[in-house]
Ligand binder design. Structure first.
Ligand code: GCW
Length: 678
């Protein structure tokens, strides 16, 4: 009897456990595949660990024709790209490099999983960037700066002896979307990462990642020579310091012959740097570049520098780096955040893009949603990435998009690279929110091909991650494609920025005025609301940041009438009764935007609930409950911002808009305990 009950119980549970998915397989689920093709249907010469992986993927997951894998030296111009051609009896994947063959295999698997046409394929793929790199902000103690998916994947305590199976899974996921480089540790770098014992741990990760075509890089602390080995200082012009870095470089390359290089945050937010010794960023970067040069390593030097000076923060990176143009070694690349402030829901692009004419530049995006609702809000970031890459800087005349400046088209850069701060942690589904996986995926796909559309990327991802049923794909795609604008609307519409609560950057705090702390970390510094209006005047009458943009953009942004309305409060202090293009006053428009954002999230909830039958129970519920949080947060944002700004506009919230459900005083009392400094 007892047994019988157990059987019934198991019988009842089976259907659920079969359908339950935890998201750990990302977009590599292959739900309908039991076996791939047999090994004798794979034609390939030579053995190499990367080819072995390609064969493994084919024999496990590929259900089509026979596949031939060919290395072909004549395809050198494709770099690690590849061609895929079908003949009557097989598909031929060719590349100059083994890794290109593996990429080609992932490509045909993607075509299979998205049910794309596999007949008469004739595909040529060449990556947009050479270095397609994730920046992990992982600390050596296992915490992650701005990480919302649990602790770090890297188990420093266990390495080099104990190896987590997830290292390989992580490498595989990256390879499947063409990511070929990773910075393992936080840019707020502990000097300890360069200690011998840590380098031995790093070596193990590099060995695991290598067959997947992934190179390891490290963030380094500028004071390392002094802190680790007691040198008198870390002055880049000091011979002892230079020799220390040279010695460190050879130590690293002995362990990791294909080590990628260093990422450096210097003289920024309290990090040490060359300016501590009266030297320039170029002096600092060049010293490290000289140390890595003999081994082929590169330096990614960050332009994210600002201090609490009188100068508009949006100008500081430009003012610091433009005078140094042409002074950097040829293995230095300047890594620039997409916007001039800090990964806001929407920013104007950083005017430093295109302003350095002799120095290669790369973009730094943020995949982790520091300013976009952490891993609670569904925000698909491809539209944000595309908006930036497609921005025309006019630096070499019309058509000088950030994509073309950074990918070598206009600058003929020796190194081309693109980076993003990862959102990956040890959560079972890697990214916390199931939909945050799409942002990892989208970054990889755009790094490979920045001409892909946000829609195409979403389409691939949804089909592989959930189902290819159009009744699911279509509405979910609509949610994803509108979600970034929705978040802008309920958080910071019309060019508002940085009105987050200090420290954690999660909720609203437009009233924040840190007179005794850093004014440039205060929301009031950024929105400047008063009885006349709201917004940061960056025209000639204000900080004149508009003058940093190339013509005609400087004029476009100088003039309130020609400034795009989605950036109007970024560039102008706008009167409350200013007439917007749709006839509403600025105040009405602001109310309308917050309301629209909030309503859109409510609509996402309705849509998602209707799709229950298409999704396994676990993932359905997880997304459903996070949408509830997002909906609550959207109301919180709307009420906090409108009730606060209303104190200045002194006008009613238009009557066709949802009424606030909070008292401002109550919202002002909320203090979330989410840690962190600025
Ligand atoms: O966005 C700010 C973050 C810091 C971060 C810094 C940076 C790593 O709030 O947490 O530090 O930018 O990019 O250096």
């Amino acid at each position: 009897m007892q047994n019988f009950k157990a059987y019934i119980l198991i019988f009842l549970l089976i259907p659920f456990s079969l359908f339950a998915e935890d998201g750990s397989q990302l977009w590599l689920r292959f739900p309908n595949v039991k076996n791939g093709i047999s090994a004798d249907k794979i034609i390939s010469k030579g053995n190499n660990p990367t080819i072995e992986i390609a064969k493994y993927e084919l024999t496990n997951f590929w259900q089509g024709q026979a596949v031939e894998l060919r290395t072909d030296k004549t395809l050198k111009n494709l770099k690690d790209g590849y061609t895929i051609k079908s003949s009557s009896d097989k598909i031929i994947i060719s590349s100059n490099k083994e890794i290109g063959l593996l990429y080609g295999v992932y490509h045909i698997l993607q075509l299979q999983e998205t049910k794309s046409n596999l007949e008469n394929i004739n595909i040529t793929e060449k990556p947009s960037y050479d270095v397609r790199i994730l920046n992990h902000w992982d600390n050596l103690d296992g915490t992650i700066e701005r990480g919302y998916a649990g602790h770090s994947l890297w188990k420093w305590e266990d390495l080099p002896n104990k190896i987590s199976p997830r290292y390989k899974e992580y490498a595989r996921a990256n390879a499947s979307i063409g990511i070929n480089s990773v910075v393992l540790n936080n840019v707020n770098a502990s000097p300890n990462i360069l200690r011998k014992d840590y380098l031995e741990k790093v070596k193990i990760l590099a060995d695991i990642f290598r067959p997947y075509g992934i190179k390891v890089y490290l963030s380094v602390n500028f004071s390392s020579p002094k802190v680790l080995d007691g040198l008198e200082n870390s002055d880049p012009l000091n011979k002892n310091v230079q020799n220390w870095w040279k010695g460190k470089a050879s130590e690293i390359y002995k362990l990791i012959p294909d080590f990628g290089g260093f990422l450096v945050k210097a003289n920024s937010e309290g990090q040490p740097g060359p300016q501590d010794y009266g030297r320039t960023h170029a002096d600092g970067a060049n010293m490290m570049a000289d140390a890595l040069k003999p081994f082929g390593g590169i330096i990614m030097w960050r332009a994210f520098v600002y201090s609490p000076s009188k100068e508009d923060r949006a100008k500081q990176a430009y003012l610091e780096f433009v005078p140094l143009d042409g002074k950097f070694r040829d293995n230095v690349i300047i890594q620039i955040k997409n916007g001039p402030i800090d990964f806001q829901p929407r920013e104007a692009f950083n005017p430093l893009f295109g302003a350095l004419k002799k120095t290669p530049e790369m973009v730094e995006f943020q995949i982790t949603q520091e300013y976009l609702g952490f891993s609670n809000h569904l925000v698909y970031l491809a539209p944000l990435f595309k908006e930036n890459l497609d921005s025309d800087t006019y630096s070499f005349g019309k058509g000088s998009t950030i994509a073309k400046i950074t990918d070598g088209t206009l600058m003929k850069n020796k190194i081309t690279a693109i980076s993003a701060v990862a959102n990956i942690g040890e959560d079972t589904n890697w990214t916390g929110h199931h939909f945050a996986q799409a942002n990892w995926y989208a970054f990889g796909r755009l790094a490979w091909n920045h001409d892909l559309s946000s829609e195409q990327i979403a389409d691939e991802w949804i089909k592989m991650t959930f189902t290819d049923d159009q009744d699911f794909v279509k509405p979910v795609k609509e949610i994803m494609l509108s979600s970034r604008e929705t978040a802008v609307d309920y958080m910071m519409p019309l060019g508002l920025h940085h009105i987050f609560a200090s420290g954690h950057h999660y909720g609203p705090e437009p009233w924040g005025d840190y007179k005794n702390g850093r004014p440039d970390w205060s929301p009031v510094y950024y929105h400047k609301a008063d009885a006349n209006g709201v917004g940061f005047d960056r025209t000639k009458t204000g900080s004149n940041a508009v003058s940093l943009y190339f013509p005609p953009l400087n004029e476009t942004y100088e003039n309130i009438k020609t400034t795009p309305e989605n950036l109007i409060l970024w560039f102008h202090h706008v009167p409350w009764n200013y007439k917007m293009k749709d006839g509403k006053t600025l105040w009405e428009e602001l109310c309308f935007k917050y309301d629209t954002g909030m309503k859109n999230v409510r609509d996402y909830q309705k849509t998602w609930d209707k799709l229950q039958t298409y999704v396994d129970e676990d993932r359905f519920k997880s997304v459903q409950s996070r949408l509830k949080i997002q909906a609550k947060d959207a109301v919180w944002w709307k009420d906090a911002c409108l009730l606060y700004f209303q104190k200045f506009s002194k006008q009613p919230i238009p009557y066709d808009i949802e009424r606030p459900v909070h008292e401002l005083e109550d919202l002002e009392k909320i203090k979330l305990n989410m840690g962190h400094h600025n």
